[in-house]
Design a protein around this ligand. Sequence first.
Ligand SMILES: [Fe+2]
Length: 372
Amino acid sequence: MRKVPVGLLQPGMKVARPVYDSMGFLLLNSGVLLKNEYIIKLQELQVPSIYIEDKRIPDIVVEDIVLEETRQKATCIVRSILNDINKQPEKNFRTLLFTSKELNSVLNDIITQLLQNPNLIVNLSDIRLADNYTFAHSVNVAVLALTTAISLGFSRSDLHKLGMGAFLHDLGKTKIPLSILNKQDRLLPEEFAEIQKHPRYGYDLVKLYDLIDASSAAVIFQHHERTNGNGYPQNLTGEEIHKFAKICSIVDVYDALVADRPYRPALPPHKALEIMEGAGEEFDLFFLQKFYRHIAAYPIGTIVGLSNGEIGIVTHNTVGFPTRPNVRVFWTKDFQKVNPYEIDLKEKIDIVVDRVIEEKELSEAELLNYCS
Ligand SMILES: [Fe+2]
């Protein structure tokens, strides 16, 4: 299966992963054959891309690292907390108390699923809708932070505290006017100064009711700090920043880069990782390296050109080898078909991935090959 931008979908393609609307309702289930009206509806709803079966790799199934229903449940809880908080400030305590109980429960489920996963590598990126961005982002930040923390050997108790902070890291944005948050144009200095207050707003809120651990609150307060002192709100450096916040700062930026935004399409993982590497001094390098181990630079289904000139589709990724996937070779460099064969780049160290081939580079005939 492969992630395909909605603009390139064609009738007859088979949906490979369920598509939900921004309220968590199922729009299209896996196995459905696309019809023209479905594609138009997806365009109307501004769904950026969906996962489609590719008959060239029918044996390859891509699993999310947490169950879809758990992700949807978590997104729903985060949505309700972020939507309700500060609407009627006198009810904030009730909202936080009630939703933090629900968050604790779904967080336990996520931690259990991640701990039980033998190959904890991220091959899927969210296909979230624009109006669901903040909620899906909060859940993704939690899942990615926990994945990194598991690699670091954190105790279950610490995983829980980190996950809670990650879920609520942008809680303070509920106090920022939407006119600033949703502004498409460049922010004025005073607007940016207001945005920079959200870590403190969120921290003050959770401290007031004292419902979460101090280390979770530190994530909320410090997730925009940078190890070189270039962050906000306190310009902390290095060891002054809580380790949970350091992890969250990394995954927060990464997840924003790989998401479709109204002003730019999602970056593919290998590009996002390149940007993160370029900003190395902003992040704790030790944690950044641990994070890398779990992100497939070339997720399953990516069409890649290899340094030996051949072209194939990624079929497997392994923790610790984010840039050395298994590739099923189908074509020569000018898309002449070859007898398909599998190559494991962990073993063939003289061959590397040297380019990613985008959907729009494929011929009509190759695109139609998706159809079963
Ligand atoms: Fe933030």
